[in-house]
Design a protein around this ligand. Structure first.
Ligand code: URA
Ligand code: URA
Length: 206
């Protein structure tokens, strides 16, 4: 991680710290901005940090995160991999933990998503994997079922977006492991293919 990634991280932190409207911050211990490799071609987006993430200030470090790491290892990817092709960058739509891990409210998504757009601009991933209903719907601005969101890549402002089940949901519902594995294999196949020109991420003020 070079100086530019470090200063981008500071910029993001400053942007969040300067937000006087963030009610969530009052109940949370830490901002959870990102993990993994900022040079990665794949960005993974979750819904919101949970308890373990709030304590450590890092995304996907609890049980769900450990399962996510195993799923990535199965397709030879890891957040710690040094090269762009094998590594991942991880973040959430919300950068702080909602009380009692409740689902993000639409107003919270609206308040936090410009930070995600900024991260997309800085990292310039080719592929985005959204895990869970909150992340998928939050990115796409929809209110769809996970079953209807998953299973295919969709265009997301010129990036390739795939939605799949949340690893925490898999821990409770093992019957979703099989479709998730299909999605993960699709991700591997797509990440092995060259991807065309990318366009700028959405303008949060536009
Ligand atoms: N679940 C998420 O969506 N994000 C995390 O960082 C941890 C659990
Ligand atoms: N419902 C959710 O909220 N998340 C999933 O991943 C699947 C179903």
């Amino acid at each position: 991680v070079g100086a530019s990634a470090a200063s981008s991280r500071r910029d993001l932190g400053a942007a969040m710290a300067g937000d006087p409207h963030c009610e969530l911050r009052k109940g949370a211990r830490n901002l959870v901005l990102s993990g993994g490799n900022p040079a990665a071609r794949l960005m993974i987006v979750g819904g919101a940090p949970g308890r373990d993430e709030d304590i450590e200030g890092r995304p996907f470090v609890g049980r769900a995160g450990q399962l996510l790491d195993r799923m990535l290892a199965a397709i030879a990817m890891a957040r710690t991999a040094p090269d762009a092709e094998a590594s991942v960058y991880i973040t959430n739509i919300l950068k702080s933990r909602p009380p009692n891990n409740r689902d993000p409210l639409p107003a919270e998504v609206e308040a936090h998503i410009p930070i995600l757009y900024k991260q997309i601009e800085l990292v310039r991933p080719k592929l985005i994997l959204a895990v869970g209903k909150s992340a998928g719907n939050g990115l796409l601005g929809r209110t769809s079922s996970l079953a209807s969101l998953r299973g295919k890549f969709q265009d997301y402002y010129g990036l390739q977006l795939l939605v799949t089940y949340h690893p925490a949901a898999l821990l409770r519902n093992p019957q979703w492991k099989r479709p998730t594995w299909e999605d993960v294999k699709l991700l591997r196949t797509r990440s092995d293919q060259p991807v065309g020109a990318r366009v700028a991420p959405p303008d949060p003020h536009g």
